[in-house]
Design a protein around this ligand. Structure first.
Ligand code: G6P
Length: 588
C-alpha cells in the first residue's frame, strides 16, 4: 500500500529519501512527502501528485539535514490532497509521522484528542498518531511516548516518527504491516520495503509485530511495546541492487516480462528437503484449501486443477477475501496453502490467521523473504524471481506456476515431466521474440471498449489472468471466461467486431473451445487466438510453441502479458503504475 522510509546517517537525507521513495513508488503514488531534521528544525514538505514532480517542487535534492522520513501514499482515509499527504505533524509541529496501514479506532481517538485541545489538519487516520505522541511525550522520553501511543492504536500499522528535540533519531513501530531495518555503513534505514534501500545495503533486520525500533546513524535498538529490549541479528537478503534497475527497458513491467526465461528456472532451484516436506504435508492433509488474491489466486486455481488432474488430490481454491464464508469448515487437519508474491497482502494474512486460529496448518509460496506470510507458515517455498516492481504481477505468476508444477509432478511421480519443466525457458525466448507482432495486434485493438478472454480447463485460469492484466494495464474492460460458459449469458454481449482472445492450443480442450469460438464468430466476433494450431476461424494468431500440453498455461500467459503491456503503451498509459492500484495491498 503506502511506502514509508527513514534514513539517518552521514549523508543528506533529502536526496537519499528521494531515491528510496522512487523505488517504492509502486506501493502507492497519489501523494508523497518528506520530513527532514536539520539543526533542531523539523521541515515537512508534501503534496498530491507523483514523487518526482513533488521532489522538484520542494527542492528535496538540495535540502540539508542528515535525518529524515518520507512517504508515498495510496489513499485510504481522506482524499488525495496536500493536507492528507504524509508526514502528519503534532499541534506544535515538533513531531512528524509517516504511516502505512489503517488505524481502525482513529475516530474515537481523534474525538478524545480534539476534546483535549488537539487541532487536526487532515482527514486521515494517521494524524492521530502524531497527536498521541505529542500527548504522551515527556521531555527526553521518546521511547515511552512511542510505547504508549502504539499500545493505544487498533488496526494495522507501521509508522515512523521524528522529534525536533532529538536530531539523528528515528523511531518506528510495527503491527501487521511490514517494517524492515537496513543496516548500512555510515547510516541506517528503516522502511516498509527492502527495495527502497537495497542499493545501499543488503543487511537487514525484519521487525516483528509489536516491536519498536530506535535508530540513529550508528546505533540500532529494538524493544517490545512494553519497552523490553529485544535481541536481533541482521541477515543478508539475496536480492541484488541491479535487480531494481530498469536496464535497457522502457518500463519495469516490460523488463519483468522479459526476465521470465531466467526466473522460471530460478523458481525450480529449491532446497530438496524443504520441497519434499512441502509435498508430504500436502499428501498427508485431510482437507486442503488454497488461498490467495489477484494474480496469485489465478495460480492457486491452476494448482487446484493440476492437483486433481495429475496427483488425484482434491483441494478447494478460495479467494482470501472470501474465506469467512467457509471458515467454519476449517479444522485441525485442514491444510492451507497460501500463495502471495509480496507475502504482505492483508486479505491473505487475515485468511491464514483465521484458519490457523482454528487449528489449520499453513504452508506458503512467496517471493519476498521475511514477509509476514512467511512468519505465519510452517513451510515457505520462495519463488526466487527477485523484486517485482511493476504493479501488475508478471514474472511472479510464471514463477509461482513453475513451483506449483514441480510440486504436482513430484506428488504424481512424473519425473519425466519435471525434466521437461526445466527445459521450458527456451520456449519462453521464442514467445518473447514475437514482440513486434504482438505490439501490432495491441495497436489494432487499442480503441476497443471490451475484450473477452476465453479458455477451457487449464486455460480458464489463464483467461482470467489475461483479462486481469488487460484491465490493470490498459484500463480496457476485459472479462475472462470458461469457454463453455459463454453460451450461458456473455454471448449476448458479442457483436460485430467484438475482440475475443481465444486461448486454444492443441490439447484435449481444442475442439470444444473451437466450437465456442465458432459460436462467437457467427455473431460477428473478431478472434485473436493464442495457439500452436492454426484455424481459419482466427483473424489474428499469436503463436506459442508446440510443447507437451500440460505446459501450455505457463507459456500462453506470456503473450497475454505482452498484449496488455503494449495496449497500455499504445494508449499512452504508464504500465508500471496503473491508476488507483498498488502492488502490495496491506489493507483489507
Ligand atoms: C495487488 C496487486 C496484484 C496482486 C495482488 C495480490 O492487488 O496489484 O498484482 O496480484 O495484490 O498480491 P500478492 O502479493 O499477494 O501476490
Amino acid at each position: 500500500m503506502c511506502g514509508i522510509i527513514g534514513y539517518t546517517g552521514n549523508k543528506d537525507a533529502g536526496p537519499m529519501l528521494l531515491e528510496s521513495l522512487k523505488k517504492m513508488e509502486y506501493r502507492g503514488y497519489d501523494s508523497a512527502g518528506f520530513g527532514i531534521l536539520h539543526g533542531g528544525a523539523l521541515r515537512v514538505m508534501k503534496d498530491a501528485g507523483r514523487i518526482a514532480e513533488i521532489a522538484r517542487k520542494v527542492g528535496i535534492s538540495d535540502e540539508k539535514g542528515n535525518t529524515g522520513i518520507a512517504h508515498t501514499r495510496w489513499a485510504t482515509h481522506g482524499g488525495v490532497s496536500q493536507n492528507n499527504a504524509h508526514p502528519h505533524v503534532s499541534c506544535d509541529a515538533s513531531i512528524a509521522v509517516v504511516h502505512n496501514g489503517i488505524i481502525e479506532n482513529y475516530q474515537e481517538l481523534s474525538s478524545q484528542l480534539k476534546a483535549e485541545g488537539h487541532r487536526f489538519a487532515s482527514e486521515t487516520d494517521t494524524e492521530v498518531i502524531a497527536h498521541l505522541l505529542e500527548k504522551h511525550y515527556r521531555e527526553g522520553n521518546h521511547l515511552k511516548a512511542f510505547q504508549e501511543t502504539a499500545k493505544q492504536l487498533k488496526g494495522t500499522f507501521a509508522f515512523l516518527a521524528l522529534f525536533d528535540d532529538k536530531p539523528g533519531l528515528i523511531l518506528g513501530a510495527r503491527k501487521d504491516a511490514p517494517l524492515i531495518i537496513g543496516v548500512g555503513k555510515g547510516g541506517n534505514f528503516i522502511a516498509s520495503d527492502i527495495v527502497s534501500f537495497i542499493e545501499q545495503t543488503d543487511r537487514v533486520v525484519f521487525l516483528k509485530d509489536y516491536e519498536i525500533a530506535s535508530i540513529t546513524a550508528n546505533k540500532i535498538e529494538v524493544f517490545t511495546f512494553d519497552g523490553e529490549p529485544v535481541e536481533f541479528a541482521p541477515t543478508h537478503v539475496a536480492w541484488e541492487a541491479s535487480d531494481i534497475s530498469k536496464k535497457e527497458f522502457a518500463h519495469y513491467t516490460l523488463k519483468e516480462i522479459n526476465e521470465q526465461a531466467r526466473t522460471l528456472s530460478a523458481a525450480l532451484d529449491q532446497d530438496e528437503e524443504k520441497i519434499n516436506e512441502f509435498c508430504i504435508t500436502i499428501k498427508n492433509a485431510k482437507n486442503t484449501i488454497i488461498t490467495a488474491s489477484g494474480t496469485s489466486f489465478h495460480a492457486g486455481m491452476l494448482m487446484r486443477y493440476l492437483l486433481a488432474k495429475f496427483a488425484k488430490i482434491h483441494a478447494q481454491s478460495i479467494l482470501a477475501s472470501e474465506i469467512d464464508q467457509e471458515i467454519d469448515l476449517v479444522e485441525k487437519d485442514t491444510l492451507v496453502i497460501a500463495i502471495s508474491q509480496s507475502g504482505e497482502t492483508a486479505d491473505v494474512i487475515g485468511a491464514v490467521r483465521k484458519a490457523a486460529s482454528r487449528g489449520a496448518s499453513v504452508i506458503s509460496i512467496v517471493n519476498t523473504a521475511g514477509s509476514s506470510l512467511t512468519r505465519e507458515s510452517k513451510i515457505t517455498l520462495y519463488i526466487n524471481c527477485g523484486p517485482e516492481i511493476g504493479v501488475a504481477a508478471t514474472k511472479s505468476f510464471t514463477s509461482q506456476l513453475a513451483i506449483i508444477y514441480d510440486i504436482v509432478f513430484r506428488l504424481a511421480g512424473l519425473e519425466e515431466k519435471r525434466a521437461q519443466l526445466r527445459d521450458l525457458s527456451k520456449h519462453v525466448e521464442i514467445i518473447l521474440s514475437q514482440d513486434t507482432s504482438i505490439r501490432e495486434i495491441a495497436k489494432r485493438y487499442k480503441i476497443t471498449s471490451d475484450f473477452y478472454f476465453i479458455g477451457r480447463g487449464l486455460h480458464f485460469p489463464i483467461a482470467l489472468e489475461g483479462a486481469l492484466k488487460m484491465k490493470e494495464l490498459s484500463y480496457i474492460h476485459a472479462e475472462g471466461l470458461a469457454a463453455g460458459e459463454l453460451k450461458h449469458g456473455t454471448l449476448a454481449l458479442v457483436d460485430a467486431g467484438t475482440p475475443v482472445i481465444a486461448i486454444n492450443p492443441g490439447d484435449e480442450t481444442y475442439d470444444e473451445t473451437l466450437n465456442n469460438i465458432a459460436e462467437m464468430k457467427a455473431r460477428g466476433a473478431t478472434i485473436i487466438a493464442v495457439t500452436d494450431k492454426q484455424n481459419q476461424l482466427y483473424n489474428d494468431v499469436i503463436e506459442i510453441p508446440a510443447v507437451d500440453s500440460v505446459f501450455f498455461p505457463i507459456l500462453e500467459v506470456i503473450p497475454l502479458q505482452m498484449l496488455a503491456y503494449y495496449a497500455a503503451v499504445e494508449r499512452t498509459l504508464d504500465p508500471d503504475y496503473p491508476r488507483h492500484l498498488a502492488k502490495s495491498v496491506t489493507v483489507k
